[in-house]
Design a protein around this ligand. Structure first.
Ligand code: CA
Length: 220
């Protein structure tokens, strides 16, 4: 899943970006409010992590602008402004949740999983199409009575498909969800990941729709 990180502090930004990449997210990192708005106008994201104190336009302005444009992307505000008023203003402006600085990465990742889940209309912690069950917390996938652990990229690809069972995702749509800026993408990277997943899950787990892309079955 692709994440936009909006954070002007270079140390915090670098640490969060690295932790997110380690957790298999594709991360684009910007350091100013205006740049965040420009980026959100041209690129779709699964989650936005938004600092409030930013140069140019602050995070609250970014949030209001995004919501005024009808963008439903989950926004998790990361901030040191911990007064009750600020939190209420942020939630009223359309934030989905808050993490207060300083925070533990484990908490940020858990809150991200929760807002992603709510966005997908999924009540439980796992994603499933009735055949495959994927746990975002452990990156473990189960089917029939077998389970196995996926690599970060394998997880990101299967998550993209399981968030929209029955929908065909093209190679470029999948690349878009798996890789951030500045990441070299080999031309056959998606095929390579699909191949690896089929080897683990069985060849019927992911369907190839010739000339269009790939999908997982929708729950019957
Ligand atoms: Ca800041």
């Amino acid at each position: 899943m692709r994440v936009l990180l909006v954070e002007d502090d270079p140390m915090v930004g670098a640490a969060v970006a690295q932790a997110l990449r380690d957790a298999a997210y594709a991360v684009d990192w910007v350091q100013a409010g205006q740049r965040a708005l420009q980026t959100l106008a041209i690129q779709a994201y699964g989650v936005v992590l938004l600092d409030l104190g930013l140069p140019e336009r602050d995070g609250m302005e970014v949030l209001r602008h995004v919501r005024a444009q009808g963008q439903a992307v989950p926004v998790l505000v990361i901030t040191a402004r911990d007064t009750l008023d600020d939190r209420i203003r942020g939630l009223d402006a359309g934030a989905d949740d808050y993490v207060l600085k300083p925070f533990a990465m484990g908490e940020l990742l858990a809150r991200m999983r929760a807002v992603i889940r709510r966005q997908g209309g999924v009540a439980g912690p796992v994603l499933s199409n009735g055949v495959l069950t994927l746990d975002p917390a452990t990156k473990e996938v189960c089917w029939a009575d077998q389970c196995c652990r996926l690599t970060g990229r394998e997880f990101a690809l299967l998550q993209a498909l399981l968030l929209r069972p029955g929908a065909i995702l093209s190679r470029s749509e999948l690349e878009d969800r798996i890789y951030g800026w500045n990441e070299e993408v080999e031309s056959n990277a998606v095929e390579f990941l699909i191949h690896a997943l089929r080897k683990k899950l069985g060849s019927g787990a992911i369907q190839n729709i010739r000339g269009m892309g790939w999908m997982v079955e929708k729950d019957q």
